[in-house]
Design a protein around this ligand. Sequence first.
Ligand code: PMP
Length: 388
Amino acid sequence: MSDPYAWIEQSLATIHRADWYRSVQTIEGCPGATVLLQGQEVINFASNDYLGLAGDERLILAATAAVQEFGTGSTGSRLLSGHKKIHRELEKAIASLKQTEDAVVFSSGYLANLGAITALVSKRDLILADQYNHSSLKNGAILSGAKIVEYPHCDVEAVKSELQRLRPDYRRCLIATDSVFSMDGDLCPLPALIDLAQEFSCMLLVDEAHATGVLGKTGAGCVEHFGCTGKQLVQIGTLSKALGSLGGYVAGSATLIDYLRNRAPSWIYTTALSPADTAAALAAINIIQQEPQRRTQLWKNVDYLKNLIHQYLPNLKLLPSQSPILCLEFAKATDALQAGNQLKSAGIFAPAIRPPTVPTSRIRISLMATHEQTHINKLIEQLSLTFH
Ligand code: PMP
């Protein structure tokens, strides 16, 4: 009898041969602008902790107090034994930040996308999705059973012509897009997508994972940045990036949220968000509203780095970005890998991202409000030495 698991080893070998093998690296201590990576102190340009809140004393205290009061585990799903008053407090705080009627929290942003998409569309429906959407949107679309059409990145004309061609053949239509594209740093053309959604009677789902806390005057995200607050949207997000915790959410109309509580399997059939994560996220929402200076500092850092790149590294290709995610593109994966390794030896953590994760190889730099100018100067110095 042949070993039914033997193929796994062969498959891993194929991944190794293609140079696509991924392995984890250990970070020690509290998150921050500098961290210990495999025992080496590095300046951290690989974190989603945009506002530097993941190690903030107030989040730590809130999480600790929640554990003392409610214990470590939620013990059940929200509809059975898992629902706590802090879950509703957090949902109300998210709705207030987003200026939506209501919100519902999931155990992760990934699960929020899976749950919302599978609840909103199915076999008789159409999904129009940006080709660079995050994996959770892509897999949610597949899981829903709807017809999926991916449009070229941010191409509004393509969305329009697909809607003209296909919309009449389908019952419901969902346009789904990241708001900040996580591996590029650019923004979706939200106002134009809202217009098209209205013209063709489509729902519009926008994933604010990298925008919440970062974009918009009050940190509400890309929707606020584009002046689209109050529009009928399905807003998804995560509690794990600028909010420094763990979990995800959907924000929107009271009817939408009520429906999701009854129809989103990744909410109904999973254990409620842990007390510690819930309380930390709640503390973070208060901070992002009360301390806009964190956002101001983050954007100062973005401008500072962009200017230095233009000034000192004119030969490197900076991908268009309107966010704290800045990517330097390389023609060859080996060049990007080499650059990533050289930066790491110099104490700078800015990893190379390669196909198949992204279409072209790049060094991805993620800025935080807590980066100091000296950190950014060091990155530029090192890049200049490598690419002078
Ligand atoms: N959407 C986007 C655009 C993301 O980048 C991520 C996380 N990388 C997620 C959703 C998933 O969020 P979470 O980590 O909370 O599962």
